[in-house]
Design a protein around this ligand. Structure first.
Ligand code: FMN
Length: 179
């Protein structure tokens, strides 16, 4: 698939619920997603996050932390994950966030994940961003004391994973001009 406009990527980026268990994502490809993510903007350029790219046997352990109460059962076929931890601000971001009472870290993490998943889409990969996981167990697996904010499942979509129609708020419900 060839993309000429960002809107084309946005239209086909979707939460993949049907991963192909046979196709493993190469490490170079996973690296290239991180390279795209690094280009994302963040408050005071602090980039207050870290991407733990988990593959192999450790990925199997990650899967167990994502399921439970009927959630995320589709990850059974996923062999690669990005576990995104929240890290420190730099001094200016810390001061700015405190003075303006804004949680820039969450915003920065969200933007970085958007870049990561958009790049994955351009490469024909499927992703699913997940906020439901057993944080304590996951911390042990990736060996961190930092807060884990999101996990991204990464793989190739199955042939029968069709592009779904987007269900979204209408343009006027979500945006207006103020002149
Ligand atoms: C912060 C965040 C957390 C999410 N957590 C989960 C999750 O734990 N499990 C899941 O199946 N989908 C999760 N999703 C996916 C959303 O349900 C999905 O993005 C939304 O329904 C829009 O669908 P689309 O991604 O296919 O366009 C999450 C998405 C975001 C942005």
């Amino acid at each position: 698939m060839e993309f000429k406009e960002f809107i084309d990527i946005a239209k086909v980026r979707q939460s993949c619920r049907n991963f192909d268990p046979e196709r493993i994502v190469d490490e170079e490809v996973l690296d290239s997603l991180v390279d795209a993510m690094i280009l994302s903007p963040s408050a005071c350029n602090a980039q207050p996050y870290f991407y733990h790219i988990v593959t192999g046997d450790k990925a199997k352990k990650v899967r167990d932390t994502l399921t439970g109460m009927g959630m995320n059962s589709f990850v059974k076929n996923v062999n690669a994950f990005a576990v995104v931890t929240e890290e420190n601000y730099n001094l200016t971001a810390k001061i700015g966030s405190s003075m303006k009472n804004q949680d820039f870290k969450s915003i920065d993490i969200g933007i970085s994940v958007a870049y990561f998943t958009a790049e994955a889409t351009t490469l024909g990969l499927g992703t699913c961003i997940m906020g439901w996981f057993d944080e304590d167990e996951l911390k042990k697996i990736v060996d961190t004391k930092s807060r884990i904010r999101l996990v991204i499942a990464i793989g190739y979509p199955s042939d029968d994973d069709f592009i779904r129609e987007k269900k979204r708020k209408t343009h006027t419900a979500i945006s207006k001009f103020i002149k």
